[in-house]
Design a protein around this ligand. Structure first.
Ligand SMILES: Nc1ncnc2c1ncn2[C@@H]1O[C@H](COP(=O)(O)OP(=O)(O)OP(=O)(O)O)[C@@H](O)[C@H]1O
Length: 971
């Protein structure tokens, strides 16, 4: 349960980075309408210096304390004034029964305390916060100590200290355990609660030491046998440490409560006239916080990676933040005569008053910019050296009693507080690179690339084997084709053979014909002979008988011959018939054989031709492909080898840079340290470091050189190496990579470059495929940042960015993600060329949907989007290239705007008012505005709006729009 709550708190923090990132675009819409979140640092140099100035000149609001966390030069070291609050203790029984009137009067709303000397003399003092007698312990913690604790979690040293006359409530304010009633818990317990809630067990460590300064001897309250512990000042950093004291690593809050109670029991206390439990020593709780970031451990999302500083976190370099929180419960100053003490207690009081006097002297010297600060006069001032005029962020609470009986003590406490308000510290971030984690990360990356190259090589091997197999198949096909060709040649031969056979038959037929002709001629001769014989018969009647016999013989011969002829004829006819049958069958045979052969041959031929051609072609193609593939594979192999060499080179280069950076940091520390020691050595004759322009300039140069080196490393790692990490299978790496890209995208100069190098595409793919809510939130933030750049806007929309953002918005309820998405779409609404696409890709619908989330920051972005959209539309109407009813009205946004124009925060209200006024400039929107009650709103805006420009816009619409005039006249 406990770990869970710690993680939950951590997850909130990264989102705040995008508040900063969104600012430049919001500035375009309406610079004064942007609310400052508590951890927000303005990016505008003017605004920053304005705020810084106002704080230096005594802005007395502890609520705005966080705004002073700005370094106009580096964002890492910065000057901040000691913050002072005053708390008045409720009257005790003695005071309630006494005749003394009150000498203090509070004006909490003005943060003023009036001190009445008598009825005629009254002086008024302004503090950063004043707490009345009824102020709760929680409120005191939140206003005084919480900002310091947050700063400690961010890597800066901090001090919270209570000062006041004895019995005025210092221990109550600081050290109260609240065992039975947690609402009574003092600053120490609440501070540790805050630290535990924002650190991760395992990767972060929290250790404490608890000490008291008694009779100028430092004694360990956790190990009381240790007395006279030496105070050691680091000659390089000036940091104070107590090497002999017990340092206990805390497990949880209960562990701390046990230690605190044990320590309290060892503290010197006594019963005096002014306080039955008067502390006779100054108690100091020292809390050391070490936080690791960017390493291999999970759940490391840090409250620090909020992009407010250009620190190692924003470069995704593993690093450790080391900071120290000092909580001091001073012993009370007292007048020996009034407190009624005696014996050893007089001695104690003298020591207490002496140390407090020397603290007062140091504060006076610092407040008056005195070059000599007498820190060595007492152990108390040596212990607190870093808290006043040093590098810690300090909050002081001064406690006073109400009674006029202690007027002079109260006045002295008030003056102490007033002087402390003039002291300015220069807080410094204590950040170290976690080289071990960084090296591990790089080694992991190299391993990954090596295994990836091996895998690619194996894939190429498999592909090559497959190609060889295909080649073998093609060779088998060629063999098959050759068989087909030889079959074709065999058929060709068959065809020739049958043609020769047909010619032979034709020859035989001709011979038979000639024989027939010869027989016909012979018959003709015989008939001629018969006619001659008959002639002779007529000429010689005597020879008739002979002739008759001869005739008979001849007739017989003729008949025989005729028979013979007949038989020859019939034989001939038979032969002719046979011949014709043969001829026919032969011609049929020849024809069919010829046809079949020709068909077969043609078919086979074309088939074989086709097969052969296609095989040859495919073989050629395959051959070419194989050659190309071989070339490609060779090139791939070469480029992979090159890549590997590049990676190796880059790794070596980074290692070199790390060594350089390490050296640089060591040198830088040494330089800072020597400066510090120089100041320490010369503190009697020189001014304070933050006030010496030349010294502070040097320190700025050193920090900016560090920053340059880190930027250089980043340059060398390069976007091209970071963008592939967006595709990492390791979610942690993916989240860190997208965070780096989002942070880079917050800078104007990076926005076009990220898109050019493929960052936009990578982010859109991530948004589409990732299922992780954190990735969605940071990616949407990165897109919101990129959408600030005009030339990126159309690319985001044309690549489907609006549709993806609308899709995520429809699936999430996380207000931070919705705020990023609404911010991105709001930026796109400021580009009139994209309005049609925004409507088409459901961008306007998504805004309307998100407004239902009810979350004020989301609604503020939605309202800004509507204002941007309406403003562009009204400009288009005025310039004549746009007409018709507003898309916002068509999509149904008007009713919400009219009914909510006076319900939300001031900035949201101003956006809605602006949107309504722009809509009212268009005649085509008039009817909808009238029907929806818009006239009433416009009249209200024209009178009440906090912005003159908006009031004038409303008046202009009401005056110039005839529909409004006639409607107003009628009603
Ligand atoms: N704001 C307060 N509300 C209720 N009781 C208070 C408050 N401030 C102080 N007291 C009570 O007043 C008494 C004196 O307070 P406390 O011991 O904290 O004073 P102190 O300044 O630490 O004194 P000393 O310097 O002598 O140690 C205590 O009984 C304490 O409970």
């Amino acid at each position: 349960m406990f770990t869970e709550s710690r993680n939950k708190l951590q997850l909130k923090s990264p989102s705040s980075s995008f508040l900063l990132a969104l600012l430049p675009c919001q500035r375009i819409a309406d610079p004064l309408s942007i609310p400052f979140p508590s951890r927000f640092i303005p990016s505008s140099p003017n605004l920053r210096s304005k705020l810084s100035r106002s704080l230096k000149h005594g802005s007395n609001d502890l609520g705005t304390l966080k705004l002073s966390i700005l370094d106009e030069e580096t964002g890492r070291n910065y000057s901040v004034r000691v913050r002072v609050a005053v708390r008045v203790r409720p009257k005790n029984t003695e005071e309630l029964n006494s005749d003394f009137a009150d000498c203090v009067e509070l004006q909490p709303e003005l943060k003023r305390l009036k001190l009445k000397k008598n009825n005629w003399s009254l002086e008024s003092y302004k503090f950063d916060e004043v707490f009345t007698q009824s102020a709760s312990q929680r409120r005191v913690y939140e206003a005084v100590a919480k900002p310091v604790v947050e700063s400690v979690l961010d890597g800066y040293n901090g001090t919270v200290m209570a000062y006041g006359q004895t019995g005025t409530g210092k221990t109550y304010t600081v050290g109260q355990l609240g065992k039975n009633d947690p609402s009574e818990r003092g600053i120490m317990v609440r501070a540790l609660e805050g630290i535990f809630a924002n650190t991760t067990a395992g990767s972060d460590t929290v250790t404490i030491s608890y000490l008291q300064l008694y009779l100028e001897s430092v004694q360990d309250l956790l190990s009381p046998e240790k007395t006279n512990i030496p105070i050691v000042e680091d000659p390089k950093t000036g940091e104070v440490s107590l090497p002999g004291s017990a340092v206990v690593q805390l497990n949880d809050l209960d562990h701390f409560l046990e230690l605190l109670q044990a320590g309290e029991a060892n503290r010197h206390a006594a019963n005096t006239k002014l306080n039955t439990e008067s502390s006779r020593s100054h108690a100091m709780l020292v809390v050391h916080v070490h936080r690791s970031f960017g390493g291999k451990k999970e759940n490391e999302v840090s409250s620090l990676s909020d992009g407010t500083n250009d620190n190692l976190a924003s470069h995704h370099v593993p690093h450790i933040l080391k900071s120290k929180l000092l909580i001091v419960d001073l012993a009370g100053s007292e007048r020996i005569d009034k407190s009624g003490i005696e014996g050893r207690m007089i001695e104690e009081t003298k020591f207490i008053n002496l140390s407090l006097t020397s603290l007062g002297k140091c504060i006076n010297a610092l407040a008056e910019n005195n070059p000599y600060i007498p820190t060595r006069d007492s152990k108390l001032t040596r212990l607190l050296r870093d808290s006043f005029g040093g590098s810690a962020r300090t909050s002081l609470i001064v406690t006073v009693g109400p009674s006029a009986q202690y007027y002079s003590e109260t006045a002295s406490t008030i003056l102490f507080g007033q002087r402390a308000m003039k002291v300015v510290n220069t807080v410094k971030l204590k950040e170290e690179v976690d080289y071990e984690s960084l090296c591990k990360k790089l080694e992991y990356h190299v391993d990954y690339l090596t295994s990836e190259t091996d895998r690619q090589q194996k894939l190429r091997e498999i592909e090559r084997e497959q190609m060889e197999k295909k080649l073998k198949e093609q060779e088998a096909l060629i063999v098959e084709t050759k068989i087909f060709v030889s079959k074709y040649e065999y058929l060709e031969k068959q065809k020739n053979h049958w043609e020769l056979e047909a010619k032979k038959l034709l020859k035989e037929l001709n011979i038979q014909k000639n024989e027939n002709d010869r027989l016909s001629q012979e018959i003709g001769h015989l008939e001629e002979n018969f006619k001659q014989i008959k002639q002779q018969e007529l000429e010689s009647s005597t020879h008739q008988k002979i002739l008759a016999d001869m005739t008979n013989t001849y007739q017989k011969n003729i008949a025989e011959l005729i028979n013979q002829l007949e038989s020859e004829r019939s034989h001939c006819t038979n032969l002719e018939e046979q011949l014709s049958v043969m001829k026919k069958s032969l011609s049929d045979n020849i024809k069919s054989v010829q046809e079949r052969i020709v068909d077969d041959l043609a078919r086979e031929n074309s088939k074989l031709n086709e097969i052969a051609t296609s095989k040859i072609q495919s073989l050629e193609v395959m051959n070419r492909e194989l050659l190309m593939e071989k070339d490609f594979l060779n090139k791939e192999l070469e480029s992979l080898k090159d890549k590997l060499l590049d990676e190796e080179r880059q790794r070596r280069c980074l290692e070199g840079e790390i060594v350089k950076l390490k050296k640089f940091l060591i040198d830088g520390n040494a330089e800072n340290g020597s400066k510090r020691s120089h100041w320490a050595e010369n503190s009697t004759s020189s001014t304070l470091p933050f006030e010496n322009p030349s010294k502070s300039h040097k320190s700025r140069e050193s920090v900016s050189a560090q920053k340059d080196t880190i930027s250089k490393i980043f340059e060398e790692v390069g976007l091209s190496n970071i963008l592939p990490l967006l595709k990492s299978e390791e979610l942690d790496v993916q989240i860190h990579a997208v965070k780096v890209v989002a942070n880079l995208a917050a800078e104007d100069i990076n926005q076009e470059r990220i898109v050019k190098e493929g960052g936009l595409d990578a982010l859109l793919i991530l948004l589409e495929i990732s299922k992780d809510a954190t990735v969605h939130r940071i990616t949407a933030g990165a897109l919101a940042n990129l959408a600030m750049n005009g030339s990126n806007q159309s690319l985001i929309v044309s690549k489907g960015g609006t549709r993806l953002l609308a899709n995520i918005a429809s699936k999430t309820e996380d207000p931070q993600t919705l705020r990023m998405i609404a911010g991105a779409i709001a930026n796109l609404c400021g580009n009139e060329k994209l309005h049609v696409m925004l409507k088409k890709d459901s961008g306007i619908k998504a805004l309307l949907q998100m407004m239902k989330s009810g979350h004020s920051e989301v609604i503020a972005q939605v309202a800004r989007g509507f204002a941007n959209f309406a403003k562009c539309e009204s400009r288009g109407i005025a310039q004549g290239y746009q007409k018709g009813k507003s898309v916002l009205i068509e999509e149904g946004a008007l009713y919400w705007m009219i009914t909510n124009s006076s319900t939300y925060s001031a900035s949201t209200r101003r956006h809605i008012e602006l949107a309504l006024c722009h809509l009212a400039q268009n005649e085509d929107n008039a009817l909808d505005l009238i029907r929806g009650g818009g006239i009433k709103e416009l009249i209200r805006i024209s009178q009440d709006s906090s912005k003159e420009e908006t009031r004038n816009l409303a008046k202009k619409a009401l005056d110039s729009n005839s529909s409004f005039s006639s409607e107003m006249y009628t009603s």
